[in-house]
Design a protein around this ligand. Structure first.
Ligand SMILES: Nc1ncnc2c1ncn2[C@@H]1O[C@H](COP(=O)(O)OP(=O)(O)OP(=O)(O)O)[C@@H](O)[C@H]1O
Ligand SMILES: [Mg+2]
Length: 596
């Protein structure tokens, strides 16, 4: 899934792709914004005409050929044009911002939805995570990109066309000179685009490290260990190195871009001076009135200002954004985890057929050629040393990952061919790295039941089965206690958090339940209770339990022993002990620890 170096799409393609969702996200604001923007553009041109009109009238009045009223009238019209322009400017800025925020919110919503449909395996791929980060930045850029692009039509074009027609009618050569002045600016953009796209590609991996080292020094998750280890200077050193490297790359790009921009600005200034000379020439020869001279003189400055704003600010950002927008567009087109919806019916066994699995970017297989069948209602314990592949096997078994080779069946459903929502329906899982949601106790447990009526009796039973008591003083507001100090709640111990995770697993409707080392943080007395309860709960359900406590594996009907990614032994506790293989070795080492 390497797409970090993807080629950027053209500006036109980006426009075609990004504008429709933007319009769809806020259609009324879009229409309103476009209308105001057109009027705003025209109001600028209108000022030019009113200025000329007023000055010409004043000149005629000076020769006593018209009354003062006519001069005052044209002055009032000019005043109105100015006030109207300012008013339109404020309204436009207001609507522009509101529209931008609204579109941003809606697109983020679609982005998150897309993420939820991608294969979970992608999240193990570093280059994917990088692209996801860039795509999210690209999303935000795409909003301003498409809105700015539309501005060229609704604001700049009406203004330029209006003024160009006006100038053409006065002296056609003025229009050609203006067009010439555009060239250096455009040239500037071509170079800037290249430079900034390269910068983005170079800087993203460094930025990820920079943020990670920063987290290691300052985030709540890390700071205890960082302080205890005295590792602050260690992280600070790498943080500084990343910062210096990023700044150096940025500086190099900015210097190149700004030097070029400076020379292009010099050329633009020259053409500006040329136009002024032309105006002077025509007024001296009497081809244009003094009113036209002043009106054009003042509006040309505004025109240059607007052209500069359009090309050097907007187009610069548009082109700089193009790299991020490309990532965003590519991301939104990523193939989703496909698969048909299906029901978990009839045969409810779990089957692995010659399954192998390698993590993205990893040469070695984490799971090698495993086959087994777990009968409906069977309880299986999976044991093995660290890194032997137990958690990976679990992720495959619940359908989160698809096998690299072979097939996995959850009942009638082949995990490669079935939608994830169908696969996870009959399964509940408590993962080794479970989440600690900063929500209430109730929401932490019932998170999978959005919109369901709360069944307090069921909740009480589940809490008891998981070794929790809602009347425990730590839960100061009972089920409504927030489990996070950051949100004015309480901080639970590691063991209590693990029980909350178990309760969440029990609460989700399931016919198959999977627990990956559920008691690693729980004290020994509670631990044996958890296993007894588990055995009780799973009597008529398929249950899979990953554990390092081999004593607890005895509750299982069968034990699977993993080693180096392979399933090396399977059988009952007694059978495996008698085999005198890997299980017997692991078991005797634990027995020795407890009883010698
Ligand atoms: N996200 C990942 N990317 C690449 N390799 C991984 C990833 N997660 C695990 N592995 C590798 O896959 C192998 C199996 O890991 P797994 O976590 O399944 O082992 P485990 O038996 O659950 O270990 P433990 O007892 O420590 O929980 C290991 O070699 C590990 O390094
Ligand atoms: Mg594990």
């Amino acid at each position: 899934m390497k797409q970090t170096k993807s080629k950027n799409i053209s500006m036109l393609k980006a426009v075609i792709i990004t504008i429709p969702p933007m319009v769809k996200a806020a259609p009324i604001l879009f229409i309103l914004n476009s209308l105001i923007s057109i009027l705003h553009g025209i109001s600028f041109a209108w000022i030019t005409i009113c200025t000329q009109n007023f000055l010409d009238k004043a000149a005629v009045f000076a020769k006593n050929e018209i009354s003062i009223h006519k001069v005052i009238f044209s002055l009032s019209v000019l005043g109105f044009a100015y006030v109207g322009n300012k008013l339109l400017n404020s309204i436009f800025a207001f609507i522009y911002r509101i529209e931008g925020r609204k579109v941003q919110g809606k697109l983020t919503y679609h982005f998150n939805h897309k993420v939820s449909k991608l294969s979970a395996m992608l999240f193990e791929d570093i280059s994917f995570l990088e692209d996801e980060m860039k795509a999210y930045e690209g999303l935000n850029n795409s909003v301003w990109f498409s809105m700015t692009f539309l501005l060229t039509f609704t604001f700049y074009t009406p203004y330029f066309v209006y003024l160009a027609t006006y100038l053409y009618l006065k002296q056609p050569v003025l229009v050609y000179s203006l067009l010439l002045a555009f060239l250096p600016m455009l040239l500037n953009q071509v170079l800037r685009t290249r430079l900034f796209m390269n910068l983005l590609d170079e800087i993203t991996p460094i930025k990820r490290k920079y943020q990670y080292f920063n987290d290691c020094m300052t985030s709540r998750e890390y700071y205890k260990e960082t302080r205890m280890l005295g590792a602050y200077s260690y992280f600070n050193r790498y943080f500084k190195e990343a910062l210096v490297l990023m700044n150096r790359l940025r500086m190099k790009t900015f210097t190149k871009a700004n030097l070029f921009e400076l020379s292009m600005k010099f050329l633009t200034g020259l053409s500006y001076a040329g136009i002024l000379y032309l105006l002077y020439y025509y007024v001296i020869r009497g081809n244009i009135s003094i009113g036209v001279f002043v009106a054009v003189f003042t509006s040309i400055e505004r025109l240059y200002g607007l052209m500069h704003e359009l090309v050097c600010d907007h187009v610069t950002y548009l082109t700089e954004d193009l790299a991020g927008i490309t990532k965003y567009i590519t991301f939104m087109k990523l193939p989703e985890r496909n698969g048909e919806d299906s029901d978990f019916i009839e045969n409810k066994d779990l089957k692995f057929k010659n399954v192998s699995f390698s993590y993205p970017g990893s040469k070695d297989a984490a799971i090698s050629n495993i086959s087994f069948q777990i009968k409906e209602s069977e309880t299986i314990a999976i044991v093995g040393e660290n890194g032997s592949g137990k958690s990976t096997l679990i992720r495959l078994l619940v359908g989160l990952y698809e096998p690299t080779k072979g097939d996995i069946f959850i009942g009638n459903m082949n995990t490669k061919e079935t939608s994830l929502s169908s696969l996870v329906k009959p399964i509940s899982a408590v993962f080794q790295k479970f989440q600690r949601y900063q929500l209430s106790l109730k929401d932490n447990i019932t998170i999978s039941e959005l919109g369901k009526q709360l069944d307090v009796k069921k909740l009480n039973d589940i809490l008891e089965q998981s070794g929790l008591n809602p009347n425990d003083p730590i839960f100061e507001k009972g089920y409504d206690t927030i489990l996070s100090r950051e949100f004015d709640g309480v901080e639970l111990s590691g063991g209590l958090w693990q029980r909350v995770a178990i309760a969440r697993g029990y609460n989700k409707d399931h016919e198959i339940i999977v627990l990956d080392e559920p008691t690693a943080a729980i004290d020994p007395v509670e631990e044996s209770r958890v296993y007894q309860q588990f055995a009780e709960i799973c009597k008529d359900k398929t249950a899979i339990l990953v554990t390092h406590r081999l004593g607890s594996a005895k509750i299982a009907d069968r034990i699977f022993v993993m080693k180096g990614g392979s399933l090396v032994e399977s059988g009952t506790h007694e059978e495996l002990k008698a085999q005198n293989g890997e299980y017997a070795r692991l078991y005797s080492s634990q027995v020795q620890w407890y009883f010698t």
